[in-house]
Ligand binder design. Structure first.
Ligand code: ADP
Ligand code: ASP
Ligand code: MG
Length: 400
């Protein structure tokens, strides 16, 4: 059986018009001899009635924080509605289809509501429907635990569902349909002339996704990489070939810099030794962060001070801990961590100098930097994110 997994994101299924394009894409793959397995996200984005964020706005902050099981159950409804609507429309085009929840599709998770880990995939039901000639339409982003609790896989998790199902069914390919032509050198909402990356390796795209490019979930990339199934990112409303993600990427014409992405909502923290004389807890600051499950990055330890960043979501917890430990600190809220992703950039002299010079010429203050073999990070103020990304995009001539 030649199986293809086709996943359609929230904007792709938001209106009747857009869902007609979805049906075209499904029909096309049937005509090419594939058995499609469809995965859908909740319809639309915040403000639209059945979008995940709209559903979330129906319950209190208290419930979201303290009753994660109820929150997951509510969030899972968005994808369930989407599958039923999609099947109803497919059936009206004489394409026999069947709606399935994540659990009915065999996605078995642990009980970690909001960020559940998939423990097992039992594809029997999907196979049975495929053999009977149905197109299974599975609710993305959700699973069920062995105790019967409905869970979600983390925001953006429908991509993960598609990759998992593709792996379990040994699909020939996994297509991820969205509202852009594929993976671009930068978010096209930020850089107007960003260009399409036609072919890219799993490793590079993982870096992109992990550093904030929302276009694909990093977990989905990992799963596709483990099974070697090509992932293709495409636009639901155009015929563009999209971006193909495989193990090689584009081996010819490899550019030094592949693209730029960013993560907002970072807070830079500086803790000075001089301000904390006689307080032993200062010496153990990194342990204190770990013990309290505060994830930190861009960590620079000097003889006189320690600098790192935390996520805004951990800020209240951080302030509390610092007060209790009587540690004095300085912080800059609302920062953006810009990631410049490339190939072996650490080995190429002058890249960091070029980045810093380009940003300085535009009067953008760089608060901190870090680098690895594939990525250079620059921390800037959130208000300068768009300018900084556009400046670097131009500096490395990544435009069309
Ligand atoms: P979906 O609902 O289809 O899953 P998402 O909103 O999760 O869609 O992801 C698509 C969005 O990702 C695009 O609208 C785009 O703004 C954003 N994006 C961020 N970085 C990139 C990039 N490098 N290339 C393409 N899109 C990107
Ligand atoms: N609807 C979910 C979200 O908004 C899952 C997804 O879109 O992939 O996060
Ligand atoms: Mg998404």
């Amino acid at each position: 059986m030649k199986i293809i997994v086709q996943k359609f994101g929230g904007t792709s299924v938001s209106t009747l018009e857009k869902r007609k394009n979805v049906i075209e894409k499904i029909k096309n793959s049937i005509e090419k001899g594939y058995k499609p397995v469809v995965v859908v996200s909740a319809m639309g984005r915040i403000g639209e009635p059945y979008a995940t964020d709209t559903l979330l706005s129906l319950i209190s902050e208290e419930t979201k924080k303290n009753n994660k099981q109820a929150t997951d159950l509510l969030m899972s409804c968005g994808e369930v509605i989407s599958t039923c609507v999609m099947c109803s429309e497919l059936n009206s085009y004489n394409i026999k289809s069947v709606p399935l929840t994540g659990g009915q599709g065999g996605i078995i998770t642990d009980n970690n509501s909001g960020d559940a880990e998939v423990k097992e995939l039992r594809p029997n039901r999907i196979f049975k429907y495929l053999e009977e000639g149905y197109v299974p339409v599975i609710a993305g982003f959700q699973g069920v635990s062995n105790e019967g609790i409905i869970t979600t896989l983390g925001r953006g998790g429908s991509d993960t569902s598609a990759a998992l199902i593709g792996k379990a069914l040994k699909a020939e390919k996994i297509e991820i349909y969205t509202d852009v032509d594929g993976i671009m050198t930068a978010d096209p909402r930020i850089v107007g002339n960003a260009s399409l990356i036609e072919e890219i390796s799993y490793a590079e795209v993982f870096q992109f996704a992990d550093q904030g490019a929302k276009v694909i979930h990093p977990r989905a990339v990992e799963i596709a990489m483990e099974s070697g199934i090509p992932l293709i990112i495409k636009n639901t409303v155009t015929d563009c070939e999209g971006t193909i993600i495989n193990s090689l990427g584009c081996s010819k014409n490899k550019k030094l810099i592949t693209g730029i992405t960013h993560m907002k909502d970072r807070v830079q923290v500086t803790i000075k030794g001089d301000d904390n004389k006689g307080n032993d807890r200062y010496e153990n600051i990194l342990d204190i962060m770990a013990e309290n499950y505060i994830s930190i990055d861009l960590i620079n330890v000097f003889t006189t001070e320690v600098i790192f960043t935390i996520g805004t979501e951990d800020l209240d917890k951080f302030i509390n801990i610092m007060e209790k430990s009587q540690i004095k600190y300085i912080m800059i809220k609302k920062c953006s961590k810009i990631a410049i992703i490339g190939n072996k950039i650490r080995g190429v002299p002058g890249v960091m100098a070029r980045i810093i010079r380009a940003l300085k010429n535009e009067n953008i203050q760089v608060l901190q930097t870090s680098d690895s073999h594939t990525t250079i990070w620059c921390l800037v103020r959130e208000s300068e994110t768009v300018k900084a990304i556009n400046t670097l995009h131009k500096e490395f001539q990544m435009y069309k």
